[in-house]
Design a protein around this ligand. Structure first.
Ligand code: PRP
Ligand code: URA
Length: 205
């Protein structure tokens, strides 16, 4: 499945301010919400709809409504910063949670929490701002697929080529939506140029 990198100039503007090391957590959170909105719109552009009859104040006509249930699954903790926007856009969305934490020395993700709603027949938006080695995303997609999830879409703010390759290898049918595709990983598996530790910057830790 192709990688979709946002091309809207607003996305580049927002990512640039996110990268800036002087950006404070309050602004960082607002920028994350704005980027999540752009990513969510892109990742749902093909949602199925059904025609329904409707009466406007002036005449009888036809409209279209969404028919596929939506599930958003943030990878804790940084993914939480992307959820509120999606709930605002799609108030009926169900929310699952997957807790994964990278080991600081090995960069391997360790699972510490998982709670998912029914997934069958739904469009699943897995949200995690950073796709670095891809270990966290692949782990989460594995779990979602094991629980019956099929129509999975991955939303990242910043992706690395290594992470994209890892997801494409393990889950070739999962489209990846990213606001930026960065150059590479450093020796500690941080994304370059990147923006540092997303969770720490989001929560001021
Ligand atoms: C960060 C980020 C991703 C993961 C990406 O989370 O939010 O979940 O790293 O790295 P990977 O692609 O190499 O797996 P982290 O483990 O630091 O936890 P946090 O969200 O609690 O800060
Ligand atoms: N997780 C982050 O928060 N930042 C990176 O650069 C890599 C993983």
């Amino acid at each position: 499945m192709p990688l979709h990198v946002l091309t809207h100039p607003l996305a580049a503007h927002l990512v640039t301010h996110l990268r800036d090391k002087t950006t404070e957590p309050a602004t960082f959170r607002r920028l994350t919400h704005q980027l999540s909105l752009l990513l969510a719109l892109k990742a749902t552009h093909d949602l199925p709809t059904r025609e329904i009859p409707i009466d406007t104040p002036l005449e009888h006509t036809a409209g279209r409504v969404l028919i596929k249930p939506l599930v958003v699954v943030p990878i804790l903790r940084a993914g939480l910063g992307m959820v509120e926007t999606i709930v605002d856009l799609f108030p009926d969305v169900s929310i699952g949670y997957i807790g994964l934490e990278r080991d600081h020395t090995t960069a391997i993700a360790r699972s510490y929490y998982c709670k998912l709603p029914p997934l069958e027949g739904t469009r699943i938006l897995l949200v995690d701002p950073m796709l670095a080695t891809g270990g966290s995303a692949v782990n989460a997609l594995d779990v979602i697929a094991q629980r019956g999830g099929q129509d999975m879409h991955l939303l990242n703010v910043v992706a690395s080529p290594e992470g994209v390759r890892a997801v494409e290898k393990a889950h070739p049918n999962v489209p990846i939506y990213a606001a930026a595709l960065d150059r590479e990983l450093d020796s500690r598996k941080y994304i370059l140029p990147g923006l540092g530790d997303f969770g720490d910057r989001l929560y001021g830790t």
